[in-house]
Design a protein around this ligand. Structure first.
Ligand code: ATP
Ligand code: MG
Length: 315
């Protein structure tokens, strides 16, 4: 899938290894979509400490909160999703309260596999009916697989009933051509391995998902020429006889060279082995969060997305 078809999808699922930049990319995608005039919501999934708070300056709750023109955020907690779902299925609020207060029911809900995942995804599908674009800041790799794999399992296990019905609705949405997946990766061998494995497993669990777009985050832009690389190698060979200052400079050069090589390797493997469309984002903001912190990184990533999108359209 191309970046521009991802940007125009109704439902965008963002996953990847922990700490790669999923929440940052989700926030940037949401900003871009709303700036382009579409009613957009960014949804975190049942998180205790939402990342969007630091990135957009407002804490997301279950009910959508407005954070900008055409941009809302929310946190899909499974308890709230369950209450909402019961309220939609059981006519009297008193009965809903009774059901939820009942210890047996609680035990049943906690013990029944798939209820949690199904009500969360079901809420996401409802949001997709209400907004032009829903961006889901999904859990990291393994948890994303468990979440997305549930509807298929539920369909296989249940002959009828409300959970099966909702699972079918979720699967229908996941199979639509306007549902997109993006996996965030870093230019490090381990993360690239996990990215490839994640897609292999997701493909097995949810065969109807379309090919992801991989966002290679914190990528190093090639800046060293071949001559400079050779010079660096010659200096490394003679390093022992050099002053500490010169050795420090050589270390910095080696670090830069290894980042660039890592980025090139990651790009080559992701393109060949997945094989997916890869878009790269440079290291942004100031190291350690500096001026502007996560909000600034989101802004810069939004601008980068805009540029990448325009570049792709002009190809
Ligand atoms: N390209 C980038 N350059 C510099 N810093 C970045 C970049 N992308 C993300 N960051 C920073 O890295 C940190 C982690 O990013 P983020 O929270 O988006 O990751 P995540 O994948 O959502 O993490 P988690 O798995 O914990 O949810 C944040 O402080 C963010 O500002
Ligand atoms: Mg996150």
């Amino acid at each position: 899938m191309s970046l521009n078809s991802l940007l125009s999808s109704r439902l965008v699922l963002v996953t990847g290894k922990g700490g790669t930049g999923k929440s940052t990319l989700s926030a940037a995608l949401g900003k871009l979509s709303s700036e382009r005039g579409r009613r957009t919501i960014i949804a975190e999934v049942d998180v205790f400490r939402p990342s969007l708070t630091a990135m957009l300056g407002v804490a997301p709750a279950y009910a959508p909160t407005r954070v900008g023109p055409k941009l809302d955020i929310c946190n899909v907690s499974w308890r709230d999703a369950l209450v909402e779902w019961l309220e939609g299925s059981v006519p009297a609020p008193r009965v809903v309260k009774k059901i939820l207060d009942n210890r047996m029911v609680q035990t049943f809900l906690d013990a029944t596999p798939g209820v949690r995942e199904t009500v969360i995804l079901s809420r996401v599908v409802t949001l997709a009916e209400q907004y032009d674009q829903v961006i889901v800041d999904m859990p990291a790799s393994g948890h994303a697989i468990s979440l997305l794999g549930v509807p298929n399992v539920a369909l296989g296990l249940m002959r009828g009933g409300p959970i099966r019905e909702r699972a079918a609705a979720v699967l229908a949405q996941l199979s639509r051509p306007d549902t997109a997946l993006t996996i965030v990766a870093l230019p490090e061998e381990m993360v690239v391995n996990e990215t490839i494995e994640l897609w292999e497993r997701l493909k097995r669990e949810v065969p109807s998902l379309r090919m992801p777009v991989v966002a290679l985050n914190r990528a190093a832009t090639p800046s060293l020429s071949e001559d400079e690389r050779r010079l660096l190698q010659r200096l490394v060979d003679q390093e022992a006889g050099l002053s500490p200052e010169a050795r420090e400079l050589i270390q910095a050069g080696r670090w830069e060279a290894s980042l660039e090589t890592g980025t090139a390797d990651a790009l080559a493997r992701l393109t060949a082995e997945l094989p997916a469309e890869v878009v790269s984002f440079a290291r942004l903001g100031a190291l350690g969060g500096g001026a502007g912190g996560p909000q600034r990184v989101v802004q810069q990533m939004t601008a980068a997305l805009q540029r990448l999108s325009l570049k792709e359209s002009s190809r």
